[in-house]
Every structure is written in structure tokens, then in C-alpha cells.
Design a protein around this ligand. Sequence first.
Ligand code: PLP
Length: 381
Amino acid sequence: MYLDANATTPVAPEALDAMLPWLRGGHENPSAGHSGGKRAREAIERARGQVAALIGAEPGEIIFTGSGTESVNTAILSMHRLCGPGHALVSSIEHSAVLRGAAATGREVVEIPCLADGRVDVDAAQELMRGAAFVSLMTANNETGVIQPLAEIAALAREAGLPVHTDAVQAAGKIPLDVRDPAVEMLSVAAHKFYGPKGVGALFVRRKLRFEPMLHGGGQEQGRRSGTENTPGIVGMGAAAELAASRMPDAAARDAFEAAVNSGLDGVTLNGATAPRLPNTSHLSLDGCDAGGMLILLDEAGVACSAGSACMTGKSNPSHVQLAMGIPEARARTSLRVSFPRDATAETGAAAAEAVIAAASKLRRVQGHGVGPVSVYPVAG
Ligand SMILES: Cc1ncc(COP(=O)(O)O)c(C=O)c1O
């Protein structure tokens, strides 16, 4: 049972079918003037339109990149180079692509604190906009699935004259997105989170926004991202984007899972559950159940999910997201992230709950006898 869809998703058959002709043939360089090159160019431009449609953008506002991380780093570097003095304002629960990308600019990085429900603090964000140069706030968090108050913060940033980038890598394909509402200057996505291939991402850059490329060279992507385009990957991303628009997950699996775990186990905390969340994501702490031990038992039972913390042998390190939410360290070490694929049903949720209840009960029995689990799984995605 694959319950790690926030880490990555399989390639949809339709996306694979779209890619295969470009892997078997269609090798011509999309910048070449001959007819094979022109065919590849046309396929890329079609994909650009498909990706643009998923987020309400115009095709000319989409730059293809090599990953979500590259999109995020490019956006932050561009704002860093073009904005005046001031700090980079990011949230305390961003993915490391944002946190490390911002730190790498050498600018002071100021973090918007997070509330206990997993949403960043809008009032604090407003305060911290004083003296800021630009803002990067994720659309939805990868660990908890909590959807962030992007609309409020983007509106405040607009009043303050600050450009906003949003890391929508986890949100794309799970909830509807529109770059005009809330209006943002830049937005990042990655194909492998919505049933496209790995190693291809896209960055939305609002028309007429001043922009500085991160990669320089042959001038591809209208000079905004040099490097010969990954035709099969881009075509696969386009097909996946088109499919994603009509196949967003619903909350049936997650809701059935949470209801069953809650009624079948004591000592369960559903983190972020009072805030709006991605429909596929459940983040829960299970009293007395080290997350690493849970992952081992679940893996043995054929269930793949993630710990809510990075784990090392014998010791789980609480994630920065959980700590920012004020989750005590001891509880953070017992957190699991269950992220359902989009075709999961209420039955999937019930089966997942059965596996989690069995693993937690076993672990509590073992730990009750003083045998600590050894865990080696880091959180992915
Ligand atoms: C919120 C978020 N941003 C950025 C990334 C980075 O994406 P990629 O691994 O495709 O570079 C991830 C991946 O897990 C993510 O969850």
C-alpha cells in the first residue's frame, strides 16, 4: 500500500504514453531548425500550455526547469538580485529548497512564525514585512498538508510593494490553483508530485515581471533557463498537468483513515486537522510509538509512508515544521505522515488505518517491555 504520495507519485499511464515517442525517437534538439527540431518544439509548446492551464497562467509565463528545487531557487535568486535592500521573508515551515535557497543568497532571512494549527501567523507576517525585500510562502505544507493563508499574505505584500513567490510543489494537482487569485509574482511546481516524471519542474513568472535567470548559456526558454530542454520529461509533465486538473484527490481516504485510527487507538493527535488541509494528507502523532519503529513495522506489513521527523538510528529528530508548530519534541518523534494517492478510496483509508493500528499496538507492547526500536528512515519530500 503506497501512502507516500507527498514524497512522489508514479508516472500516470497517460503521461508515460505521451513520453514514449519522445524517448524512442524525437531526439532532435528543440532549438534546431529542421523539421524534427520543430516537432520537438511544438510538443514543448503544447506542454507549456497544459502546465499553464493547471495554474491559470498564460503559456508565455511558464519556464521549464529541472526540478521543484530549481524552480524555487531560481525564483528566490531572481528576487534577491533584483530587489533592493531588506531581508528575505519566508515562513518557518518552508521546504529546505526555500530555506536553504534563501540562506544561500547571503541576505538576512527572517521567518514568519507558525501557529499551533500549522498555519503561519498572518499578523506576524504583516509586522515582519517592514524592512523586507521579498516574500516566499508555500501554498501548502509538505508534512502536515496545511494550506497556508497565501491570499491574506499576498494581499498584505502587495500593499507593502513586495513581490511574492509561492512554493506550490505540494499543492499542484491536489487543490485548484490560480496564479491570479491569490495573485503572486512567481510560483513553483514539480511534475513528479502530480503523476508526471521526475527531473522536470516549472516556474511561473508573471508577465512583465523583472527576472534574472539562474542558468546562463544557450538562451533556451527565452533566455530565462538555458540548457537543452528535456523533451520527453516536459511532454510528460504537460500530459500529467492536463490529467491532474480533472483528477484532484478527494478526502474520502484520509477521512476514513483518521476516523478509524481515532476510534481504534488511544493517544492519537491529528496535527493540523483544524486548519484547511490538502485532501490527501494526514499527519498524526501516536503516543508511545517511535516513528522510526512504526515505519519498520509498516514496511514489513507492505505499507509505505513517512515519518513526520527525520530519524537516525535509535533517535528521531523532530522536523523544523513540527517544532515551529510548537509540537513537543517527544510527541514529534512519534509523528507519521500518511499521504494518499489520488485514486485512494474510503476502503484504502480503512485498510491503512488497520495497518497503523496493528503496528502501533505491537510497538506499544514491545516498548512496554523496554525494547526500543531502531529507526533509519528520513522523511522524504
Ligand atoms: C513543498 C516542497 N517544495 C519543494 C520540493 C522540492 O521538489 P523536488 O524534489 O522536485 O526538487 C518539495 C519536494 O518534496 C516539496 O515538498
